[in-house]
Design a protein around this ligand. Sequence first.
Ligand code: DPP
Ligand code: ZN
Length: 873
Amino acid sequence: PHAIYLKDYQPPRYQVEHTELRFDLAPDATRVQATLQIARAPGTASDAALVLDGDHLTLEHVAIDGQPLEPGEFEVTDRALTIYTVPERFRLDTEVVLAPASNTALEGLYQSNGMFCTQCEPEGFRRITFYPDRPDVMATFTTTVIGDQAATPILLANGNPVERGELPDGRHFVTWNDPHPKPAYLFALVAGNLEKIEDQFTTQGGREVTLQIWVEQQNLDKTAFAMTALKHSMRWDEERFGREYDLDLFMIVAVDDFNMGAMENKGLNIFNSSAVLANPDTTVDAMFQRIEGIVAHEYFHNWSGNRVTCRDWFQLALKEGFTVFRDQLFSSDMNSAPVKRIEDVALLRTAQFAEDSGPTAHPVRPDHFIEISNFYTLTVYEKGAEVVRMLCNLLGWETFRKGSDLYFERFDGQAVRVEDFVDCMAEVSNLDLTQFMRWYSQAGTPEVSVDSAYDAERRTFTLTLSQHTPATPGQDEKAPLQIPVEMGLLDEQGADMALVIDGQSHGSSTVLNLDESTKQFVFEDVPHAPVPSLLRGFSAPVKLRQTLTREQLSFLMRHDSDGFNRWDAGQQLALKELETLMAAYRHGDEMVLDEFFVETVRSLVETPASDKAVLAEMLTLPTEAFIAEQQTTVDIDAIHQARRFAIARLGDTLFEAFETLYTQEQSDAAYAPDFDQIAQRSLKNVALAYLCASGREEAFAYARRQFEANANMTDVRAALTQLAHAGDTSIGDPAIRAFGERWAHDPLVMDQWFATQVSRPHEDALERVRFLMAHPAFSIKNPNRVRALIGTFVNQNRVNFHRRDGQGYRLLADVVIELNRLNPEIAARMVLPLTRFKRLDETRRALMLEQLERIKAEPLSRNVYEVVDKALT
Ligand code: DPP
Ligand code: ZN
C-alpha cells in the first residue's frame, strides 16, 4: 500500500453534472445502473482519459451516449474503470452487480438485520458504482430504488420522493430527487421493513419541514427523545448560527450494524442505533446526552459539511472540527456548560493527548495517508474543535459569527480548504492568522511551562511562559504556536486582582498571547504575591507544566472564579495525592491517605452544593487513563492500586458524609433526562460508588435496593456496576444474572451488560471476555458488540488488558486478526491500544510488539497495515 499526499492534489479533470441511479435490490445480486452527465473540466486536455473509482466492482455494461464500449476502449481493475477517450460532454451508462448480504465491512451498500443501507463516507461510494469518488465532484442526484414489496416496504434515498409505483413480481419502486449538488460521500439509500414517528418543524423563513425517524417496529418507543433533540438542534442552528434547513423532508434512520456513530447524508441521516434510540428504561443519562449531541452534530453538518464541503479528505477537520465545536456549544447551551467543558477536556487530555504522543500522531490536517478511514480521529475531531474554539475566543463571539456567515455565504455549494475558513475569520477580524495556521499542520501536544516571580519592592509579578512541542513521527522540528493563555491572579482572599500590564488595565481575567518560545508578562501594581490561575476554561489544547503546592491547589479549587479551573485544581490536587500513593506502592510501603486531602474531600461532600453536576465531577478522581498520561513511565499496577486504595479509604473514612449525601439526593420525580435530574443522579451515584468502595455490607444493601427499585436505567446500571465490581463476586452474581435475563431481547442493553462485567478489576476479567464472546448476544460482526465487550475491556480495564502474562494483548490481537478480514475499519480502530507501548515497562513493551508482529504477518487490509506499520517503524 502506498501513501497519498496533500501536496499532490490535482483538481478533477471531469465533473459530474447530474447523477441518476437505479438500484434493483437483492441480497446477493443487486443491480446498480448509473447514468452520469459528465463534462470535461476547463483546462483539461481533450485526450485526457476518464478514470472512475470502483472498488472491486463487477462491470456488466458500459456505454457512452448510448454506444456500448468495445474491449480495448476501456480497462477495468479492482480499483478503477479507465475510458481512454471521451467527448467533452457526454452521458455515461454503467451497470454493476453487488452482493450486499456478504458485505461485512459495512462500507458501501450492505445489509443489517435484513435492512439494506449504505455508508459512503469517506470512500464507500466506489463500492457501489464507478464514479469520481472525491468530495470536490458535486452533482445533483436522482435515485430510483426498486425492492421487494414484502421485505422492503420502505424505500428511502436523499432529497424528496418524486415518484412511486408497483412493479411485477411483488416489487415496487420509489424515485427520489436531491436538488442540492453533493459529493458522493453524502449519498444514502435505505430499504427495509421500517416504521416511523413523524413531526413538523417550521423554519424561521417559513419552510414547513417534515421530520421522520425510521426504526424497526420494536424500537418505536425509543424515538421520542431524538425527535425532540432534532427540533432543538434546528432551532438552535437558526438562532446561534443563522442556518436554516433547506429541504421539505429530514429523515433519520436507525441501523444496528454501523461503523461510526452516525452519518450526515443529505436529508437522510443514518444513525448507529446506539446513537439515536433511547428511553428511560434502557438508556443511561450520559447516553441521552450523547444522543442529543450526535443528533445535533449530524444535523449541523447540513451546513458545515454538506452545503460547504471539503475539497479533499485532508481537509476533513474543516467540517469535523467546526461541527464538533458547534455541537459542543449546543450541548453547552442545552445542559450544564461547565460539565460539558469538563467532559470534553477530559476526553481531549486523555485520549487525544495519548494519540498525539504515540506512533499514529498526526496534525489536525494530515499531509499524507494510506487509508483515509484511519483519520476519523480524536485529533481531527476534538483537537480540530479546540482549534476552532481558540479562533472563536480570539475573535470574540460576534466577530466569529460574522466570519461564519461570510464562510457560508462565500462558499455555499463549494468544496473548500481549511485556509478558506480561516481566511474568512482573518478578514472579518483584521487579525493576522498566519502563525495560527500552524495549529493545523503541526502534530503533537505543546507543553507550556511556567515560571513566576513576585517582586515586593516593585510590586510586580512576572510570569514567564515557555512552549515546547515534542517531536512526532515525521516532524522533528516544531515552530512556536500562537497559544492563547486565559488567566487571572487571585489575591489572598481568593478574589481576582485587577490586571495591569504596561500601564494598561486588563480587567480581572485576560488572554496572554504566547506566540514565541518564551515570553514574559509583567503585571504591575500587585500588592502581594498572587496565586496564578492559568489556562482558564482550558483556553488552548496544551499540557500546562506548573508547580503549585497542595495549599495553592486547594485554594484555587475553592476560590477560582473560573469554574473549569476550580475543577482542574481539584484534579491536580488528587493527582498529587495519587502520585504519593503510587510511590509508596512501588517501594512496597504501606499506602496512607493524606489527612489534608481527606479533609478537602470532606468539605466538598459536606458543603451544600450550588452546582450538583460540577460537584459530582469534582468528587470523581482522575481516571487511570488520565493519570497514565501524566507519567513519563507508566506503571499500570501502581496507578490502579493507588486509585482503588484512595477511593476505598475515602469511602470508608467519609462513610457517614457520603451516606447523608446519598440519602439527600434521592428523588421520587418521574424520570426526565433533564439537567437538574441528571445532576442529582450523578451526585447520588458518585456517593453510592464511594459507599460501596468501603466494602461495607450496608453499602451493598443500598445498591441492592436501588437495583431492585428499577426506577430507571441510570440508577439500575449504577447499582449493578457497584454490585458487579465488589471484591466478593457473590455480591454481584445475582444482579448480573437477573439483568442478563431481563434484557436478553435488547442488544443495546446487553452491550451495557457486557461492558459492566468486563470492566471489573477482578483477575478473571480476561477469561470473562473470552466466555462472553461465545454468548448468543455477542457477534464479532457487529461493531457495537465489539466496542462494548472488547473495547471496554481494553480501554477501561487497564490492569487486566496489560496483564503481565501478555494474555490481554494476545486476546486483542486475536480479535484484530479476525476483524481485519471482516471489517478493516473497525479492526484498525481496535488495534490502536496495542500501539501505545512507548512509555510502558520493557516486559510489556516486548509483549505488545510481539502481538503487533503477529498481526503484521497476516495478509492485512490497508487500514490495519497503516496503523501497525507506523507502530513498528
Ligand atoms: N459521520 C461522521 C460524523 O458525523 C463522519 N462525517 O462525524
Ligand atoms: Zn461529523
